[in-house]
Write a protein of this length. Structure first.
Length: 425
RNA sequence: GGAGAGGUGGCUGAGUGGUCGAAAGCAGCGGUUUGCUAAACCGUCGUAGGGGGAAACUUCUACCGGAGGUUCGAAUCCUCUCCUCUCCGCCA
């Protein structure tokens, strides 16, 4: 959500910047609708002022014992007129809000111009993919073979795009969660939170999933509760409609949650394995900062996600998304992509974004800056997607005999050095 | 699930139909005093939107959990709803 007056006064410049995102952005209608709306507001408010004035006079007259029947009739008539004007304002306002809500964030000046993922720019590459003297297997073969991953049973219990983890597979997932949270809280300065896994629609509106992306979400029937698609939603909304003190910032939080996504429209993509599931686990980092510090904090946050991969010994590269590939709310996004031998490619495992004040404005997250309150900047990033890290470990640490070496840093959490075939149950 | 109490500005908290955008206190901001700090004192101090103004500012409108309603007029009355607290029941 943009700041209205800023939008008005910087119209041309903003339109130019937004054009770099590609896609049709209806800015032509903006001005016409804006002035129409303002005229309607003005008209309604003039009438209201008159009405208020008359009501006050009636009060005065009544106390003096005068008869006010005529005047009351007049005001009553005005009330009807006001009601119809208000209706018109509301209709225009809704139209206006819809237009405004559909306008994406302005890309930061450092974001490369481009149309699609192909124009993203690699900023660094860390670690070398291991050279294997055998044909690497994909996790969807390795997992079931080891008896740690079960798609048939998950399909029976729930349906497609769900997984059942067994034995060491389940423990590996849990070990990763603990390793991530411990590293963030002990080494990266985050405070751990455990939020609700369901949120109301106001929260989803605050972070921008609603109203546009309802189709991507699961809703609980006969309620206003939705399953969270990411911890970003409950954690960012912790401070919704609050005023923070400047000294509190930056605030850095991390949270483990399952995430639920309908994956509508992704039919045929990543159908094999656990890369794209309706439910997956994730540790998310969320920051609230002052405007002038948000880009430093974005770099740190991205580094915190990368640090996990470094500690795990997983090769990755980091790309900065181009203007055409960024999410609508983001001003700048880094994607971290981990090497997957089974697919012979890098695959997104974390997405770290600075939303500047775009979410904060929607969610009313402010801080006191001297005399004034100002919108904070919000940031978030995966640290990391647990399921995809699980895949990366299984595939990168696989051995010729199908067993998987447990990375050093996970051994205290796993209590074993090698994952070998489980007894079939 | 049943019974009751309550939701007011950044915070605490008064206000039961008319001049209440809302007392008072705290915090904040500006100042006086002061060797420094603290205290004291004076002043100032809500948010959003519309109009006017280069600006300081000014004027109007809306907002006392949310949505409706009654009334010439609602923080105040009515209905629904959400949330918090207390007690009972149930439950991991």
């Amino acid at each position: 959500m943009h700041d209205l007056s800023f939008f008005r006064t910087n119209f041309e410049r903003i339109a130019e910047r937004l054009a770099t995102r590609g896609g049709a952005i209806n800015l032509e209608g903006f001005r016409a609708l804006d002035s129409e709306r303002r005229a309607a507001i003005s008209q309604a408010e003039q009438l209201k002022a008159l009405k208020n004035q008359h009501s006050q006079e009636i009060g005065k007259l009544k106390r003096e014992g005068a008869d006010t029947t005529e005047r009351q009739k007049e005001v009553r008539a005005a009330t009807e007129q006001i009601a119809s004007l208000d209706e018109r304002v509301a209709a225009l306002d809704a139209q206006f809000q819809e237009l405004l809500a559909g306008i994406p964030n302005i890309p930061h000046e450092s974001v490369p111009l481009g149309r699609s993922a192909e124009d993203n720019v690699e900023v660094r590459r860390v670690g070398e993919p291991r050279t294997l003297d055998f044909e690497p297997q994909a996790h969807w073969d390795l997992g079931p073979a080891l008896g740690i991953l079960d798609f048939e049973r998950a399909g029976k219990i729930t349906g497609a795009r769900f997984a059942l983890y067994w034995g060491a597979g389940a423990r590996l997932e849990r070990a990763l969660v603990n390793f991530f949270l411990d590293t963030h809280t002990r080494h990266h300065g985050y405070t751990e939170v455990l939020p609700p896994f369901m949120v109301n629609s106001a929260s989803l509106y605050g972070t921008g999933q609603l109203p546009k992306f309802a189709a991507d979400l699961f809703k609980i029937e006969a309620s206003d509760f939705w399953l969270i698609p990411t911890a970003e939603v409950p954690v960012t909304n912790i401070y919704r409609d609050e005023v923070l003190e400047a000294e509190q910032l930056p605030i850095a939080l991390c949270a483990y949650t399952p995430c639920f996504r309908s994956e509508a429209g992704s039919y045929g993509r990543d159908v094999r394995g656990i890369i794209r599931q309706h439910q997956f686990q994730k540790v998310e980092m969320v920051k609230f900062t002052r405007p002038e510090q948000s880009y430093d904090e974005l770099d740190k946050l991205t580094g915190d996600a990368e640090d996990l991969l470094i500690r795990l010994g997983l090769p990755f590269r980091t790309v900065v998304l181009c203007t055409g590939d960024m999410g609508a709310s983001s001003a700048k996004t880094y994607d971290i992509e981990v090497w997957l031998p089974g697919q012979n490619n890098y695959k997104e495992i974390s997405s770290c974004s600075n939303f500047e004040a775009f979410q904060a404005r929607r969610a009313g997250i402010r801080f006191r800056n001297g005399k004034k309150t100002e919108f904070a900047h919000t940031l978030n990033g995966s640290g990391l997607a647990v399921g995809r890290t699980w895949v990366a470990i299984i595939e990168n640490y696989q051995q010729k005999d199908g067993s998987v070496i447990v990375p050093e840093v996970l051994r205290p959490y796993m209590n074993e050095e090698v994952i070998r075939p489980e007894r079939k149950l």
